[in-house]
Design a protein around this ligand. Structure first.
Ligand code: PMP
Length: 359
């Protein structure tokens, strides 16, 4: 078996121990004589799976009881709309635009109501995070929205915005569980599983209970957070397999010492690549150093033909999915929790070799 080092932005590398455990339990989960894919979502076995996934997540993130944890479907692209429907009952919410995903969240809000842009880094192709210390938040804004880690542009908020007392709503998809966060500073956190915590098809929403309205006239049942909050995310058939794998990843993180230990490991890993980029005569990072993501690291040579040669030669060495997003070009290495340090070292060693041949 030859596993590659997979630098994909998502769906992305998962811990080998988790894949092995899922493989071991594939034909017979815990003596049930069937796979998790084959069991009823109403069975006691699955009830244990979803309840322990939630309990482990609450423990890892220290989520207060006053917050609901939901396991949803439809992609974060649907959450962009549903969170607006649930939280912006007056049709008003304010957005900071730092890349494609916050733009898409804002576009959904434009369909549904009257959102406002508070700040944007579009002027420099989203290579930085705008100053959010004195945002012109509207008095009647239901929340302030950010995409906390920008998967495509490789930026992350060095500190959270001053929302002037309004709830903060954050898309944490590409940084979820990569470091400790203080959940009480947020009204809502949402994240797709397919980067740091599991397979595609599960959206995790952590929402302050008092922000979820009891009654939402005109909003379909499945789009009301209250529906799944009241039903323990089992109003309808959830993504059972996806939730099961997320649960295995939560346990894997706990075994590794939790989020403090992961943040340290992630900072070290990303440091190996950023240190090399800062010293390189060929490669460079387009991102403002203060705002660099530990999870997604774009880099360029400045010559698109050379970039393409790099991506294909790296793939031949088992360093795959390094092509940058089309809106940035160049390369991007995603260094999620499950990427081992050896993977980053192998990448840097190949970059040194490539540089020696092309500088
Ligand atoms: N937000 C962020 C930060 C993302 O990186 C992505 C997808 N890569 C999305 C939202 C959209 O997720 P989905 O494809 O699940 O709708």
């Amino acid at each position: 078996m030859a596993r590659v080092y997979n630098f994909s932005a998502g769906p992305a590398v998962l811990p080998e121990e988790v894949l092995e455990k899922a493989a071991d339990e594939m034909l017979d989960y815990a003596g049930c004589g069937m796979s998790v894919m084959e069991m009823s979502h109403r069975s006691s076995a699955f009830k244990d799976i979803i309840e322990s996934a939630e309990a482990d997540l609450r423990d890892l993130m220290d989520i207060p009881d006053s917050y609901k944890v939901l396991f949803l479907q439809g992609g974060d692209s649907l959450i962009f709309a549903s969170l607006f429907m649930n939280l912006a009952t007056n049709g008003k919410a304010d957005y900071v635009l730092t890349g494609n995903w916050s733009k898409k969240a804002y576009a959904e809000a434009q369909i549904l109501g009257d959102p406002k842009v508070l700040a944007s880094s579009a002027d420099k192709n989203f290579t930085y995070i705008p100053d959010c210390s004195d945002l012109p938040v509207r008095d009647d804004a239901s929340f302030v929205y950010i995409c906390e880690n920008n998967t495509i542009y490789g930026t992350t908020y060095p500190e959270l915005p001053d929302t002037k007392g309004h709830p903060l709503v954050a898309d944490q998809s590409s940084m979820f569980l990569s470091k400790p966060v203080d959940v009480t500073r947020y009204g809502l956190i949402h994240a797709g599983a397919q980067k740091n915590v599991g397979p595609a098809g599960v959206q995790i929403v952590i929402v302050r209970e008092d922000l979820v309205p009891d009654d939402l006239p005109g909003v379909p049942t499945m789009l009301r957070f209250k529906t799944q909050a009241d039903a323990g995310s089992l109003y309808n058939t959830p993504n059972c397999w996806g939730i099961y794998v997320c649960g295995l990843v939560f346990k894997w993180i706990r075994e590794r010492g939790g989020l403090v230990a992961l943040e340290e490991a992630n900072a070290e890993k990303a440091g190996v690549l950023y240190d090399f980029l800062d010293a390189s005569a060929l490669f460079s990072s387009p991102v403002n150093p203060r705002d660099r993501s530990l999870m997604n690291v774009p880099f360029v040579t400045g010559d698109s033909a050379l970039d393409a040669a790099f991506v294909s030669q790296a793939a031949a060495q088992g360093l795959v999915n390094l092509k940058g997003h089309r809106s940035v070009g160049g390369m991007r290495a995603s260094l999620y929790n499950a990427m081992p340090r050896e993977g980053v070292e192998a990448l840097v060693s190949f970059m040194k070799d490539f540089e020696a041949r092309h500088a």
